[in-house]
Write a protein that binds this ligand. Structure first.
Ligand SMILES: O=C(O)[C@H](O)[C@@H](O)[C@H](O)[C@H](O)CO
Ligand SMILES: [Zn+2]
Length: 299
């Protein structure tokens, strides 16, 4: 008998909590508050949150092989030294699009940092369309552009055999797959593997489990869903006590716990009073499936 348990581990009421990443060395969960302009680290040992404030929307964070972290900040890839609270720019993208910012990002199994952009939102899910692109930052700190015409670049992960790249452009309401060449970091042959149902609302962040199934956080859907990318079927739904679930990752002991971020931007007083844990970070146990450790950026 599975007994799924959900616990709010940090109830700071983040504006847009996003990009959860397990930092095994620190036994901690890294994540960002995009519009709150913060990079946060929740220690599973002390249950305390440390925060580094930054000068622009920060949309994703990744581990780095050479130490410290890498973040996507505004339209920049930047290095973050945690103890020094020091942020240094690595490189810029979308220089011709002053209204753009990065959104979700994740490192591929070979250490390339993939992240996409979008126009700044007027309000949640309302923005100038087709302004975004998907990029990757390579270990030599050069940038590759994979495609453009993206609305809201979001969840991404790779299949267990590294031959497929999964990707979400939120306003397509679809989870897509591409063929992936790990040697070259090139993608191709895009197709949809799952279309969201109405009550699932908007697909946002995503991660893969050790059975090769995808977990997608549903923004305004208040849930994470587990998908079989082979059959295109939904296997499981786990509902959370907040509507604006934004992203998910596995972490904790043996990557057996799932962490889910959430947002408050776009909620009015009445909505917030009904969901006092909105903007919190949630830990789900009892899923009886494990996750894949995050890959560090190779540069
Ligand atoms: O969390 C993100 O990825 C975006 O930055 C958010 O703004 C939401 O996804 C978006 O509003 C939902 O469509
Ligand atoms: Zn997102």
């Amino acid at each position: 008998m599975s007994s799924v348990k959900i616990e709010c581990v940090a109830s700071e009421g983040y504006r847009i909590g996003e990009s959860p990443v397990w930092d095994e060395k620190e036994s901690a969960l890294l994540y960002v508050d995009i519009t709150g302009r913060k990079v946060c680290r929740w220690s599973s040992l002390t249950k305390q949150v440390q925060t580094v404030s930054v000068d622009a929307p920060v949309s994703s964070v990744a581990l780095r092989k050479s130490g410290g972290y890498v973040v996507t900040l505004g339209t920049r890839f930047a290095a973050l030294k945690w103890n020094e609270q020091l942020v240094t720019t690595i490189t810029h993208v979308d220089k011709d699009k002053p209204n753009n910012r990065f959104n979700d990002g994740k490192v591929d199994p070979a250490g390339r940092y993939f992240a996409g952009t979008m126009a700044e939102e007027i309000r949640p899910a309302v923005l100038e369309r087709r302004q975004g692109s998907l990029y990757s930052l390579l270990s030599d700190l050069s940038v590759v552009k994979h495609f453009d015409q993206v609305d809201i670049s979001n969840g991404l992960d790779w299949s267990l055999d590294h031959k497929t790249f999964f990707y979400i452009d939120s306003l397509s309401y679809s989870v897509d797959a591409f063929d992936y060449d790990l040697q070259t970091g090139k993608i191709g042959n895009r197709r949809s593997i799952y279309k969201l149902e109405k009550e699932e609302s908007i697909p946002d962040g995503m991660c893969i489990d050790t059975e090769g199934k995808l977990w997608v956080a549903c923004y305004d859907g208040g849930r994470v869903i587990r998908l079989d990318p082979e059959t295109g079927k939904r296997l499981q739904t786990v509902k959370l006590p907040v509507d604006k679930t934004t992203s998910c990752c596995f972490g904790g002991k043996d990557y057996s716990e799932m962490y889910v971020t959430s947002a408050t931007d776009g909620m009015d007083k009445e909505w917030l009073s009904r969901q006092p844990q909105a903007g919190g970070i949630f830990k789900i146990t009892g899923l009886e499936v494990k996750g894949v450790p995050p890959y560090p950026f190779a540069g």
